[in-house]
Ligand binder design. Structure first.
Ligand code: GLN
Length: 466
């Protein structure tokens, strides 16, 4: 992280990582990197659904392969102000839809944690921010990266690549200039190998943005600080946490290594004097269904703007150009989601699908409110509170499968990648994936989930797990 980094070593690392793992959709010109790298404190990679002025923002799709934004996202201006050199734009599942970075128009990103060659099959990098996670995991490339997390897309790839991955509380970091997938769930997240760097980038990005109508207003940010101050006074410097472990996360899909890692981490915290409490969040079990109902519905509406007229790809065919543009410009997974979303919003299924899912989402929020001690600033029933400080769970059910294993799965099996990540997204809660080493150099990811607004606590807890 020093400004004395060697440009030639950096360029060699970048070229090697790119050739092996297909991490970037575009990189900044060598001339630019030669001048920015020595003059910057840190290097950053940016997911290619976050708008920059200097290159196209493709969303990993053919639909936007030639789209260059006329403005840049607030988070991009902010990383520049942080003094970071932007390396380029990273690969993703088209429009953020996927869990493995295997659904991109620009090819698959593979996982740098696993050596390839000598008969070793390449493994997935997770998704949809698989390029951003790989850019950090690859040796000597990005010090940190920006991704987006709608239902796990920062945390799952962070877990599979052995790096830290933060999904902040909904509304904390500006989404202005981030291409929408499902706007009630979308967040910008950060990944890094270094926890202190991750925390300082988060603190720099955590700011009200008048351009983002969903940005958390200053008065609510103040209210959160007030609540945090009260909590510190109660603790009088003596922090002994009550850690909730929801029984609904203890599913059969967890691999033995993941179960062992979770047990080891809980034991470590217990040895430090913290208390482990089995809890129940009943609607966790409904989360994956609710997530795919709501996310696809919002996506079908957001993606209706890609019509071949205003921007992006346009089919050569003159007749039926709208339908042909969309058939040729969107990949199969995106088309599936649009069809599913339109179905959920159609008059015959709106009530039993979209409305029902929205109701269950509210129940899930209440489930969380009943267990957390920290008050939810938007909870209409502040008297309903629990005594749990934070929740600990695995982030992903297994370590990264091979690309081949992943692609042999059925669509619902693929959806299960996000089973542990979707609940925090639906409830808008902050969550951090932390790498945890069990018995070899391939870590699992542990997920810390806090109450809405209590993002600071994630870093306190992550330090205890070091
Ligand atoms: N894998 C989930 C999906 O495909 C989550 C993606 C995300 O968080 N962008 O919708």
């Amino acid at each position: 992280m020093s400004s004395t980094r060697s440009v030639s070593a950096f360029l060699a690392n970048l070229s090697k990582a790119q050739t092996k793992h297909n991490i970037f959709i575009s990189t900044r010109p060598i001339k630019e990197l030669q001048s920015t790298i020595p003059n910057s404190t840190t290097t950053v990679a940016i997911k290619d659904n976050i708008c920059t002025l200097e290159e196209p923002t493709t969303c990993g799709s053919k639909m936007l392969y030639n789209f260059t934004s006329p403005y840049e996202a607030t988070v991009v201006s902010k990383v520049k102000a942080f003094g970071s050199a932007i390396i380029g734009k990273t690969n993703l599942d088209q429009f953020g839809m996927g869990s493995a970075t295997t659904n991109s128009h620009f090819g698959i990103t593979t996982n740098p944690l696993f050596p390839t060659g000598q008969g070793e099959a390449p493994r997935i990098s997770g998704g949809s921010s698989g390029g951003s996670a790989a850019a950090v995991a690859a040796e000597g490339v990005a010090d940190y990266s920006l991704g987006t997390d709608t239902g796990g897309s920062v945390r799952v790839p962070a877990a599979l690549n052995g790096v830290y991955g933060l999904k902040p509380s909904y509304g904390r970091i500006s989404r202005w200039g981030v291409i929408a997938y499902a706007q009630s769930l979308d967040t910008v997240g950060v990944m890094a190998k270094d926890l202190e760097l991750l925390e300082s980038v988060y603190r720099h990005l955590d700011d009200y943005d008048v351009k983002d109508p969903t940005s958390l207003l200053p008065e609510f940010r103040d209210k959160i600080k007030e609540l945090q101050g009260e909590k510190e006074q109660q603790n009088e410097g003596q922090v002994k946490y009550r850690i909730g472990v929801p029984e609904e996360f203890m599913i059969d899909l967890l691999s033995d290594k993941v179960k062992t890692g979770l047990t080891q981490s809980l034991t470590k915290l217990q040895d430090q004097g913290h208390e482990i409490v089995p809890i129940s969040i009943p609607n966790i079990l409904n989360s994956i269904y609710v997530y795919f109902t709501l996310a696809s519905s919002e996506a079908s509406s957001n993606l209706s703007r890609y019509d071949g007229i205003r921007y992006g790809y346009r089919s050569n065919e003159d007749t039926n150009a709208y339908a042909k543009t969309r058939t040729e410009g969107f990949g199969e997974v995106v088309q599936d989601r649009i069809i599913l979303g339109n179905y959920n919003l159609s008059s015959g299924s709106y009530e039993k699908n979209f409305l029902k899912a929205s109701q269950v989402r509210n129940e899930l929020r209440m489930d969380f409110n009943k267990v957390f001690k920290f008050e939810h600033i938007f909870n209409p029933h502040p008297e309903i509170k629990g005594d749990i400080d934070f929740i600990l769970s695995p982030t992903a059910t297994t370590i990264a499968p091979t690309v081949e294993q992943y692609q042999q799965q059925t669509i619902p099996e693929g959806y299960a990648m996000d089973i542990l990540a979707a609940p925090a997204s639906l409830a808008g809660l902050p969550a951090l994936s932390v790498p945890w080493f069990v018995d070899d150099e391939i870590p699992i990811g542990l997920q810390i989930i806090s109450q809405y607004g209590n993002d600071d606590q994630l870093f306190e807890v992550a330090k205890l797990l070091k």
